[in-house]
Design a protein around this ligand. Sequence first.
Ligand code: NAD
Length: 490
Amino acid sequence: MKQPTLYIDGRWVAPQDDKRISCIDPSCGERFASLSAAGEADVGRAVNAARVAFEVDWGRTTGRQRALYLEALADDLEQRVNALAVLEVRDNGKPLPEAQCDVADAIGCFRFYAGLARELDERQDEPLEVGDARFSCHIRHEPVGVAGQIIPWNYPLLMAAWKLAPALAAGATCVLKPSELTSLSALELGMSADRIGLPAGVLNIVPGFGYEAGHALARHPGVDKLAFTGSVPTGSKIMSAAAADIRNISLELGGKSACIVFDDADLDAAVEWIMLGIFYNQGQVCSATSRLLVEERLAPRLLDRLVEAARAIRIGPGLESGVQLGPLVSAAHHQRVSSLIELGKHGAALLTGGQRPAHLPVGYFIEPTIFDEPDTGSLLWREEIFGPVLCVKRFRTEAEALELANHSLYGLAAAVMSADLERATRVANALRAGIVWINCSQPTFVEAPWGGLKQSGIGRELGRWGLDNYLEVKQVTRYHSSEPWGWYTP
Ligand code: NAD
């Protein structure tokens, strides 16, 4: 495979120090590629290139011009859907059909923001009534400048698209740092940018380690806006770095989302959505509904069905046909999830899973795992595990279900399942989360806002909220009366 380097100022360049990142196939633990890691000086070069590109031209382009580039990027990705999906599987481990959905969603994201870029031209210079006829006022939506964007490994290409598409649509220029575990598909975006002739410096990609390249990007004074997706501890560091010079930030962090199932819910549908909510992408989903709250009367039937369904999941390498659950992303993450499971065995009943599948002696595999009745104070119940581990508790009343669901440091997502739509809506309104699903779990639409409350983050991505992340609102107010203002006139 071609060994890419860093994409800075429209060129593939070598880093200042030759530190390398190994690309490991999680299904076997073997290295299949390696790439250069950006250091502080390289991040500085990328930020400077993004600044020049912003000042010289990109910041003054029209939405329509930017839409053409976004559409060209989408068209270019569309030519390579399968190759990109396979690359994503090798780097991240997820099953191929899931990777294919990710690529399709990434393409859809670029197309959606092309549409919003065009609309932005129509919204520009909107007049605003200010209640005094001597003044006229209009509103401008101007690009924020240089965006530093740091993303995780769970949806490598899709997370890059969620960051780049709205920023480019808004007229910002970007320095993207992918996760050191999964940088390859982000570099493919650089190759697309090259092919479509995106102006140099508008998009810069600096794979590197968090403590080095990420740290440098978060602290760089030339970055106007920091957009981060990842864990709470790193988010907290990003916030501290931005606090030093009051930089605009948005944070998409972790979750421990609840799924409340009432006993009138459609059982077959509930089983399917609960499974999707915790086993899709090996449970490495920020919005995974990893805490299941089930009405007591329904619990025995629902749990029997869930255990049966979890045991039937086909586990294996993501490129193998029919596989529904791949390996976790890395040896370190496998170790972390395994130790949380071991810890959980001491306080809760293990209904199924909890080990490496017997037929997969290598790779970072873990069986779909279900724990019953962990203590509400336990790590298992409170902490984001980010693996295929479901924790179940029973409730008797709606109030008790809400109390359990909302008792969390996180507030990213939640789901409620019931045939009684009035009740489902009441519960949805009372849930302290940025995303609530009724009678489903996880469907995600580029049009709808994405983000959380409490320690799940600050701000919203996707939809028009995603575009607003990269826009500054300016009022331009004009005095057009011929009368003097007269305040200091004797
Ligand atoms: P992480 O915080 O370890 O890393 C995320 C990114 O930050 C990586 O690119 C990493 O290199 C970088 N980084 C690490 N240390 C840094 C530092 N000191 N300064 C700057 N950058 C640094 O998270 P992860 O393990 O890659 O991803 C998993 C986490 O991401 C989970 O908590 C998950 O919930 C969260 N996530 C949230 C969303 C959302 O939309 N809310 C989406 C996906 C993932």
